[in-house]
Write a protein that binds this ligand. Sequence first.
Ligand SMILES: [Zn+2]
Ligand SMILES: [Zn+2]
Length: 104
Amino acid sequence: MTIQRLFVVALLAGLPAAACDKAPPAAEAAPLATRPDKADPKDWCAPHNVPESMCTQCNPELVDRYKAAGDFCTAHGYPESVCPQCHPLEPPEGHGGHGHEEHK
Ligand SMILES: [Zn+2]
Ligand SMILES: [Zn+2]
């Protein structure tokens, strides 16, 4: 009768240790940025209309990483998830965004 109880205690005691076994993977490089919910004015490449941290035109070394991640638009040369042609992100305030077009 008590053996059953001991078994349960041992099982419960064993669980947290097992859960702690996996160490988080070492970050070799900064993780790739992914499409944000909205454009961040502090991280915006106005000439290319993509977040600066994801701008493969300004940061060509990102190209291979986005390609490897399967998030790259070869037609336009940007990460697919923020490609200004395929998946344009609305520019943040103060970057000549929406509403008033003044170049006539
Ligand atoms: Zn750029
Ligand atoms: Zn595209």
